[in-house]
Structure formats: C-alpha cells, structure tokens
Design a protein around this ligand. Structure first.
Ligand code: ZN
Length: 302
C-alpha cells in the first residue's frame, strides 16, 4: 500500500516517523482520495472525449505522385510485302491494335492483282507505317547489287517516286545497315559505299536488333513466341540494342501465311502487350529519326 510501511521508504528515524506519521497518514488519505478522484476522472475523460469528439478525418495523408516509369520501345517491322503473308499480318496487328511498320518491295506491289489489292489495304490501314525496302530487292543477289552504289540509290528512289513519296526511311535488302543521324553501322563492309550514297541522297537507313528467323525452305518460324520474348528481355537487360531502351524486330510477312506461324505472331504480340514496361511504336518515332526527316526534307531538291 502507498506509504503504509515506512520501512519501505529507506531509512527514516523513528522520531521522524512519529512526528510526521499522523499528518503523513492524513496526507496519504487525501492524496489517495485525490488520486482516486483523478483516476476516476482519467477513466471518465476518454469516454467523454470519445463521445463528443469530431469524427476522424478519413482523407489519407497526401502522397507524392510516383514519377511515370519510362517504357522501353519495341519497333515491330515486317519486310518484303506485299506478298501471301501480308494480309494475315495486317489483320492480326489491326485486331490487336498495335502499331507496326511494313517495309515494302516496290515490284511486289505490281506482281499480281492479289498483291496490288493488299497494297491498297495497306494504304488504307491506320496505325501502321509504310517504308521503302527497294524496288527489286536486289533480285536477291546482294553482293552484285551493292557493288554499284548509284544503282542502289536509283532502285530505292524508284519505290519512293512510284509508291512512297512521303517517306525517306529505307531498309536495305539483305543487309543490316544503319544511317540515322550519328548512328552508323554496316554489317557487311562491301556494301558500305552504297549505303553511304543512300544517306547522301537524303535517305534514313534503318536496320534491326533482332530477327525472327525462319526456315527459308518451309517458311516456318524457327523460334516460338515465348522464345522471341525471352530474347527481347535478354537484349534489353544486357543493353545490346543499337539505341538504349529501343529494340527493332525484323520479321517477314511471308512467314505468317500459315496458321501455325500466324498464331505464334499473335501470341507474341499479345504477350508483349501484357508487359507493362514495353510499348510498341512506329519507326518514325525512333530516336534521331524526326531530326533526320526534317533535314532530309529541307535538303530535297524541289
Ligand atoms: Zn527483304
């Protein structure tokens, strides 16, 4: 009990105890009584406060807005159309509502009424871009083609004049070459002079980072959608693209003519769409291209 046993208080003398015991007891009683009162008040007060208190604010404290994470860009490009696979590719990308770029071979547009019809569909379609992949595709004899830079420029210009006057973006047939602003790359050095000539003539030359390979005899894809996706992840994480956080994929229209292959293409696109950190884009939005396009238009003879 509080102060009941003086022995607990250390070493008070017995005189001290007797001199002050009665007032001390009285004080103790008073204190106890006050404490009891206080205790009661302490017990009661929170109840009263609780009853009369204003309702608690439910608004959460302000949180700083998270900066939007910049997405990595993927440029899906299809070469060599219009051909038997082009319509399938166009249907899939339109249904999936993704932007893609087609690199057109000029003479394929006039090769058959069917191909001409597909060309019309391509021109009408939205959310796609049409770029130049030469007129003859070098007749698939690349070494000979690139030996004559002037002929290469002439061949590319033919497609531009007849079919694609609004673009300067070109992909060289059979060669992975780049000429965008300060980005220069030539896979097979023998074609360097010809590709330089294209740049001098005002063209932007656009290569690729990753190819979706196919068997040239059976026209079947060599990698599944999942295998392609793993390669995309790997190239990004290892920083092995020409421009950081930008990846160009080369695919070929004719491969997606058959249902199994076009199923792989659809699967690949659907899986890319589900990835939060990636977005598909048109080649004209590739870093450095807008600047080059403006410069080329300025430099173009009237
Ligand atoms: Zn090609």
């Amino acid at each position: 009990m509080y102060h009941a046993d003086p022995a607990d208080e250390g070493e008070p003398s017995s005189g001290f105890f007797y001199a002050f015991s009665i007032p001390a007891i009285l004080t103790s009683i008073l204190l106890l009584s006050c404490q009891e009162k206080n205790k009661k008040e302490l017990v009661i007060r929170p109840v009263v406060v609780k009853d009369t208190a204003k309702p608690k604010e439910t608004k959460p404290p302000p949180v700083a807005a998270k900066p939007k994470k910049k997405k990595k860009k993927i440029y899906l490009t299809f070469d060599d159309g219009p051909n038997k696979g082009t319509k399938n590719v166009l249907d899939i990308v339109q249904q999936e509502e993704v932007p893609v770029t087609f690199f057109i071979v000029g003479e394929h547009v006039f090769a058959s009424p069917g191909q001409n019809q597909v060309w019309d569909s391509l021109k009408m379609a939205e959310n796609i871009e049409l770029c130049n992949h030469s007129y003859t595709h070098a007749h698939n004899r690349y070494d000979k083609f690139y030996q004559q830079p002037d002929s290469v420029v002439k061949d590319i210009k033919k497609t531009q004049q007849e079919l694609l006057p609004e673009t300067n973006i070109v992909r060289t047939p059979g060669r992975n070459t780049w000429r965008i602003d300060s980005l220069h790359f030539t896979d097979i050095k023998k074609s360097k002079a010809a590709v330089d000539s294209l740049q001098k003539a005002g063209f932007i030359v656009f290569g690729w980072d990753l190819e979706w390979h196919y068997d040239h005899k059976t026209l079947q894809v060599k990698s599944t959608a999942d295998e392609m996706l793993a390669q995309v992840d790997s190239l990004f994480s290892k920083g092995k693209t020409k421009v950081k956080d930008n990846l160009v994929i080369l695919a070929h229209d004719q491969v997606y003519h058959k249902s199994n292959d076009s199923m792989q293409l659809r699967d690949f696109i659907q899986k890319l769409k589900k990835k939060d950190n990636y977005e598909l884009a048109l080649v004209s939005s590739y870093p450095g291209i807008a600047k080059d396009m403006i410069d080329s238009v300025r430099a173009a003879p009237q």
